[in-house]
Write a protein that binds this ligand. Structure first.
Ligand SMILES: NC(=O)c1ccc[n+]([C@@H]2O[C@H](COP(=O)([O-])OP(=O)(O)OC[C@H]3O[C@@H](n4cnc5c(N)ncnc54)[C@H](O)[C@@H]3O)[C@@H](O)[C@H]2O)c1
Ligand SMILES: O=c1ccn([C@@H]2O[C@H](COP(=O)(O)OP(=O)(O)O[C@H]3O[C@H](CO)[C@H](O)[C@H](O)[C@H]3O)[C@@H](O)[C@H]2O)c(=O)[nH]1
Length: 328
């Protein structure tokens, strides 16, 4: 299926830009729609680029009236948990209201396949581990709730309008393009791995370690890091399943293997060979001790197999990108 035309909303961001490259490699036609609020124009390496905001309904209507898309992948949202607690209105507006603009334009234009970036944050405090799709979804912050609302809206839109969707609940996206062309470039950066690597490259004086008193073997939080390339392959398989007529699906995406903050720092020390100054800090509000995915359903139903589950490989790819950034 290489003659598909896919609209990638948020394709100038970290995950979206890798997806654009992945789709182009498969031979798909790709259009990126992004307002560049946090994305980068030079991260869109393939296809057409439309500068626009999904808040702008007339712009969406014009875009869908002039171009026939086979499917939409939606990466655009605000993504910081802490900020969502301070500014919930901003999060609900961009992540929910604006997503509704996109969905309504799609249904009125007859585009009925949608792949949505959901998150582990829809689950809230884990009741058991690893977290499968049956786990209750009880988010504890506006960011997680905004994503869960969209999941629920999508259930209703399939029922009423036949709009089929795959919600992919990523755990911790990590790594960078193995060919070194793309990587993570958030500003401000809040994610652990790029922050550690910025401390290694000298772009930051140190990394703060948020809490050593969690109920985990070394006292630091455990997360399930998933390589960006593996996220892209899951999106591709999800798209194929919708193209083949499957109904809506929801999948948790991770490696099923958790690494503590301490283990991530150790990996960065091995991979970079640099000194990394670690400063102990208080717990960050709202961080569960352990978040690990059970991604069995995605492996069984989509045939998805993560290729880069080795933590050092994720760090190595991210380090190559960080060295590029550090050298300007
Ligand atoms: N990074 C992670 O670990 C992670 C984990 C779980 C889920 N997610 C989800 O994956 C998606 C992508 O995350 P990311 O890390 O690539 O984020 P990102 O901030 O790098 O990318 C988001 C992109 O969307 C664009 N955008 C935002 N609002 C827009 C709007 N109204 N109109 C048009 N474009 C808009 C931004 O300019 C940016 O290019 C997000 O929806 C996020 O919630 C990310
Ligand atoms: O400077 C830092 C940054 C992070 N951490 C720790 O490192 C771990 C990972 O933190 P990240 O900020 O990298 O990632 P999160 O697990 O908080 O967030 C990820 O998972 C969330 C779901 O729970 C959201 O989806 C979010 O977008 C996604 O990046 C956490 O234990 C955090 O406390 C530190 O010790 N120091």
């Amino acid at each position: 299926m290489t003659n598909l035309h896919v609209l990638v909303v948020g394709g100038a961001g970290y995950i979206g830009s890798h997806m654009v490259k992945h789709l182009a490699k498969t031979g798909c036609r790709v259009t990126t729609l992004d307002n560049l609020v946090s994305g980068h124009r030079d991260a869109v390496l393939h296809g057409d680029f439309v500068l626009g905001d999904i808040a702008d309904k007339p712009m969406l209507q014009r875009l869908f009236a002039t171009t026939q898309f086979d499917a939409v992948m939606h990466f655009a949202s605000f993504i910081q948990v802490g900020e969502s607690v301070q500014k919930p209105a901003m999060y609900y507006e961009n992540n929910v209201t604006n997503t509704l603009n996109l969905l309504d334009t799609m249904r009125l234009s007859g585009v009925d396949k949608f792949i949505f970036s959901s998150t582990a944050a829809t689950f809230g405090e884990p009741q058991y581990s690893p977290i499968d799709e049956q786990h209750p979804q009880l988010p504890i912050n506006p960011y997680g709730r905004s994503k869960l609302f969209v999941e629920r809206i999508l259930d209703d839109y399939e029922h009423a309008y036949g709009l089929r969707s795959v919600c992919l609940r990523y755990f911790n996206a990590a790594g960078a393009d193995p060919e070194g062309q793309l990587g993570e470039r958030h500003d401000p950066e809040t994610h652990l791995i790029p922050l550690i690597l910025q401390a290694a490259s000298g772009r930051r004086p140190s990394i703060s370690l948020f809490g050593r008193d969690y109920d985990t073997p070394d006292g630091t939080c455990i997360r399930d890091y998933i390589h960006i390339s593996d996220l892209c392959s899951a999106h591709w398989l999800a798209l194929l399943s919708l193209m083949n007529g499957a109904g809506s699906q929801r999948y948790n995406l991770g490696n099923g293997q958790g690494f503590s903050v301490h283990e991530v720092i150790d990996s960065a020390l091995r991979v970079t060979g640099r000194d990394i100054k670690v400063v102990d800090a208080l717990r960050r509000f709202g961080d569960p001790a352990r978040l690990v995915a059970d991604a069995t359903l995605a492996t069984q139903q989509l045939g998805w197999q993560p290729r880069f589950s080795d933590l050092d490989i994720m760090l190595d790819h991210a380090w190559k990108w960080e060295q590029r950034m550090a050298s300007g």
